[in-house]
Design a protein around this ligand. Structure first.
Ligand code: SF4
Ligand SMILES: [Zn+2]
Length: 478
């Protein structure tokens, strides 16, 4: 029997997510575990009070009884959700009745996933055939209900991928990922997310750290798997959702972003996969990544690069950047507030900032007067767009320019970036050549992708007088 939600129950801490103080989502814990019987409510409060705080949790059943218990907890707290399923260790009892019961539990309003299910050939607590059968049946429930599946795979990667590959359109997550980069790549190719847990902090976990570094933003989730697998310094103790902050800090450091960036990115993914939490509605004019503030002036651009994030996502580092209108200088200035509070103020966003040269100049002058540092990320078409050499106008207003070269010759550039202007590549080279005369720090970048000769691009950039040349990896945005 599942209890109804206690609608009037007050929340211990405000859980409303805010774009500026993003909260984590623990996408996999076992709050129904007996180890939490004595202090479950305190455990939940500690998670909310941690930093970054845990906004939402998914408590995950491992058999019918624990799935029902997970749902009872989910109904007692508005910010906790449940997954219902049978763990591979318990697969030997999976029969028609279990299938029907799970199907019924899957219909519950607080159920957001099927699992955990999968294959565990390390412990073999259930025979192989029973595990495969239970896994296939639960993938079938996920298919029928449209819910995502939470997958446990240990020493069974090939068979796990095979079963998921045969499942049609089922989506989901490989929880507490312990495979290699190849396994992660194959899973992501099927649309699966990769969830990283506490072991990423363990001394000998180089392979997991590599995966944690390389999974693109759009596929990354985090979890505790509490009460199991407490991270780093807490290893061996009972794990709890509050310790997710420890894992978040470790993964953020590996990826070179702040824990808040990581919370924003992974909570957006949790929202996409499980339908929990808030997805930002409006596109942002300003957004913070690490300790810099980025300005999103326009979504228009004079290129249509094949790798441009605008064509497959509205989000960068969890910030929604798809604009419904363009901001004016006053709006940007009031959102910036204190220019000196940031390492840099970067004109960037989802388009070419120099399409709005007047706004760039007005805001940059204000930032400089307020003691801030200004950079512009540009495709180098600024002089073409404005019909004159604009570099002298940027002198004194701009400390740094990051210019996308992206190709070693005109033909490659035309194929990759599809510029609207004829002669765009030659104009881009002129822009780079001019920029070093007027802007102190000029950086030229390329995205490593098919057809791009990185070394030829480097030589070309150096020949134009640039000293700072950087290669960006495909999928690494922001
Ligand atoms: S120049 Fe930048 S914003 Fe424009 S299409 Fe290319 S990647 Fe996108
Ligand atoms: Zn688990």
């Amino acid at each position: 029997m599942i209890e109804k939600p206690l609608a009037s129950r007050p929340l211990p801490v405000d859980v409303a997510p805010s774009a500026d103080t993003p909260r984590l989502v623990d996408t996999h814990c076992h709050l129904e575990d007996a180890r939490f019987d004595a202090d479950r409510d305190e455990v939940i409060k500690r998670a909310q009070a941690s930093c970054p705080g845990v906004g939402h949790m998914i408590t995950v059943g491992t058999d019918i009884a624990s799935s029902e218990a997970a749902l009872r907890i989910a109904h007692a707290y508005p910010f906790i959700y449940a997954a219902v399923g049978v763990h591979p260790h318990e697969a030997k009892g999976f029969d028609e009745n279990v299938f029907k019961r799970l199907l019924a539990l899957a219909e519950n309003e607080k159920t957001v996933a099927i699992g955990e299910t999968g294959l565990d050939y390390h412990y073999m607590h259930s025979p192989r055939e029973a595990q495969v059968h239970a896994f296939r049946m639960q993938v079938e429930i996920a298919r029928q209900t449209g819910l995502p599946v939470i997958v446990h795979s240990r020493e069974a990667d090939d068979e796990t991928l095979e079963i998921l590959g045969q499942s049609g359109r089922v989506k989901g997550v490989l929880h507490c990922f312990s495979g290699d980069a190849e396994m992660a790549g194959a899973a992501m190719a099927m649309g699966f997310y990769i969830s990283i847990a506490g072991p990423v902090t363990f001394r000998k976990a180089e392979a997991i750290r590599r995966v944690a570094a390389e999974v693109p933003d759009d596929y990354l989730l985090i979890e505790t798997d509490a009460p199991y697998l407490a991270p780093g310094p807490l290893r061996g103790q009972r794990n709890e959702p509050a310790y997710l902050a420890e894992t978040a800090r470790a993964i953020a450091a590996i990826r070179g972003i702040s824990p808040e960036d990581l919370a924003r990115i992974t909570s957006l993914n949790a929202s996409r996969l499980f339908g929990i939490g808030e997805v930002p509605g409006a596109g942002r004019f300003t957004y913070r990544i690490r300790d810099s503030l980025y300005l999103n002036l326009t979504n228009r651009c004079t290129n249509s690069c094949s790798f441009c994030v605008r064509f497959y996502s509205d989000f960068v580092k969890g910030h929604k950047l798809r604009l419904t209108r363009e901001p004016d200088a006053g709006e940007l200035i009031s959102e910036i507030g204190e220019p000196g509070a940031y390492k840099e103020i970067v004109f960037c966003g989802y388009g070419e900032p120099l399409m709005r040269l007047d706004v760039v100049k007005e805001v940059a002058a204000w930032v400089k007067a307020g003691g801030g540092k200004v950079r512009i990320n540009t495709n180098g078409h600024g002089s073409l767009i404005n019909g004159r050499n604009i570099l002298p106008e940027l002198k004194g207003l701009v400390d740094g320019l990051s210019i996308s070269l992206d190709a070693q010759d005109e033909k490659t550039y035309a194929g990759l970036c599809k510029p609207v202007f004829p002669g765009a590549f030659a104009a881009l080279l002129d822009f780079i050549r001019e920029s070093v005369k007027y802007v102190p720090e000029v950086r030229v970048t390329v995205v490593r992708t098919d057809g791009v000769d990185v070394e030829a691009c480097r030589s070309l950039a150096l020949s134009l007088g640039v000293k700072d040349f950087r290669v960006r990896e495909l999928d690494a945005v922001g």
